[in-house]
Design a protein around this ligand. Structure first.
Ligand SMILES: Cc1cc2nc3c(=O)[nH]c(=O)nc-3n(C[C@H](O)[C@H](O)[C@H](O)COP(=O)(O)OP(=O)(O)OC[C@H]3O[C@@H](n4cnc5c(N)ncnc54)[C@H](O)[C@@H]3O)c2cc1C
Length: 440
């Protein structure tokens, strides 16, 4: 039996009541067995956990929302430092900032902020942890207006490899502050709080359009020349399910009136003739709930990503269509997320998140129910990703993928060298390491 003396917070050891629930992450593809899971309720609990792993020389991982695509926040035979109990919150309405514990999930954060008619530009999934999504970048339906979520971070508090508590912002530990905005998950220390800049928000307009699979080329050709360049108040996505798995669809949020949105969308509508087109004027929070959908506890899936810097040629679209025509399952798709706007206004080297000048992101996605279906779905994702490599560059850290061999270049590009320097300075022993942590 492992000796848990020194660990504080809510400690769950292997085999004890609650252990099976505590070792579950969002991606049901994985089945990992940590020795101990500690739910931290304070920064001191986190510091104690770090001192404990140093003493016991056990592997450990940090977990917030547990949505890592490759379950990198779990570890067999080690300790999981779970920060989901860090939920302090201090909102300063005058200077439009909020300091929050690192354990928040997105929906409760949006709900709290909505009470004051402010928000941050995070992602759509309600249960994603604020820590993971922010530290890897953070893209959502306000990103073309307000940037990536990491662009709204003003300060972080971190427990270091020696259990010390430090603060990083643009005045102190500014190199660490830089690194945590795009490359900060699991490589430098445990983030215990974030201070975010807040943005006023009220009513928005949203749209949804659908097309038949046979319209794919026409729709992508138009969308890719339009969505990354249109009014930055509009962030738009395009979802392309595999053949016979439903309609092509595009959604978007515009921070203005429905009438203006209808006007902005007219050119796309006229060029592509959607089967259906809906427009709604709605409170921001209603739009958030709409895109959040119904709560889902777990899914089995394999996703990956790539970025598009130049419009996809007809040859690239032929490859894309071929993959969508040869999908193995019932939920195989590719998502396109428009970049540009505020994302692009920030220089590539201003934060660790390097993909500033892309037109859009691609997310290859595959979901299934039974374990026997895993292999063919995983193979399809890898085949799709690699066959698109001639037309894409890089990958998104938050859509982490164990199969990308040159992952460090793909996620961090020209910012990798500086990330390694920051790693060397703050964690020279490489205490904070996992399969895709920043190498020394
Ligand atoms: C259903 C779903 C929808 C998603 N939608 C979006 C979206 O709209 N936009 C978007 O940008 N991304 C999205 N993502 C991707 C998501 O941003 C990443 O999976 C993110 O890493 C999840 O963070 P987490 O805290 O929930 O996960 P975790 O598994 O808890 O953590 C992810 C990584 O961060 C590390 N980490 C966690 N907390 C800390 C901490 N406090 N200090 C240091 N390291 C830490 C972990 O060790 C792990 O490596 C989605 C993912 C899923 C599964």
């Amino acid at each position: 039996m492992v000796n848990t003396e020194g660990l504080t917070g809510h400690v769950i050891v292997e085999g004890s009541p609650g252990y099976d629930a505590a070792r579950q992450n969002y991606n049901g593809r994985f089945n990992k067995f940590p020795k101990v899971i500690v739910y931290c309720n304070s920064t001191q609990d986190v510091a104690n956990a770090i001192l404990w792993v140093r003493k016991h020389r056990l592997p450990f991982r940090i977990r917030c929302g547990g949505h890592s695509y490759e379950a990198y926040s779990l570890v067999n035979g080690g300790l999981v430092i779970d920060v989901s109990g860090l939920l302090d919150l201090q909102l300063n309405k005058e200077d439009l900032t909020i300091q929050i514990g690192a354990g928040f999930r997105l929906l409760p954060l949006y709900e709290t902020l909505w009470n004051q008619r402010v928000t941050v530009p995070g992602g759509t999934c309600p249960t994603v942890g604020v820590s993971g999504v922010t530290l890897g970048g953070g893209y959502g339906y306000l990103s073309r207006l307000l940037g990536m979520l990491c662009d709204s971070v003003l300060e972080i508090e971190m427990v270091t490899a020696h259990g010390k508590v430090i603060r990083a912002n643009d005045r102190q530990h500014s190199d660490l502050y830089w690194a945590c905005r795009g490359g900060g998950d699991g490589s430098f220390g445990v983030i215990t709080s974030f201070t975010f800049r807040l943005h006023p928000i009220g009513n928005v307009a949203r749209y949804r359009m659908t097309w038949d699979f046979s319209d794919l080329k026409k729709v992508v050709r138009y969308w890719q020349d339009w969505a990354p360049h249109t009014d930055p108040r509009l962030t738009s996505s395009l979802t392309l399910p595999a053949r016979n798995q439903g309609d092509l669809r595009s959604n978007g949020i515009y921070t203005g009136s429905e009438q203006e949105l209808r006007r902005i969308m007219r050119s796309l509508q006229e060029a592509t003739r959607p089967k259906t087109a809906e427009f709604h004027s709605t409170a921001w929070m209603e739009a958030v709930r709409f895109f959040a959908g119904q709560p889902v506890k777990q899914e089995k899936f394999k996703n990956s990503s790539a970025y598009v810097y130049e419009p996809l040629s007809d040859a690239a679209l032929d490859v894309l269509i071929h993959n969508l025509q040869t999908a193995p399952g019932f939920a195989n798709l590719i998502g396109l997320d428009a970049y540009g706007g505020a994302i692009r206004r920030i220089p590539v080297d201003a934060t660790a998140f390097p993909h500033r000048n892309v037109l859009f992101g691609l997310q290859y996605q595959s979901y299934w129910h039974e374990d026997e279906e895993a292999d063919e779905n995983i193979k399809w994702i890898e085949q799709f990703r690699t066959s698109m490599l001639p037309y894409t560059r890089g990958a998104y850290r938050d859509y982490i993928d164990a199969m990308i061999v040159d992952w460090s270049d793909a996620y961090f590009g020209e910012n990798l060298a500086k990330l390694k320097e920051v790693k060397q300075k703050y964690d020279p022993e490489n205490l904070f390491r996992f399969e895709q942590s920043i190498p020394l």
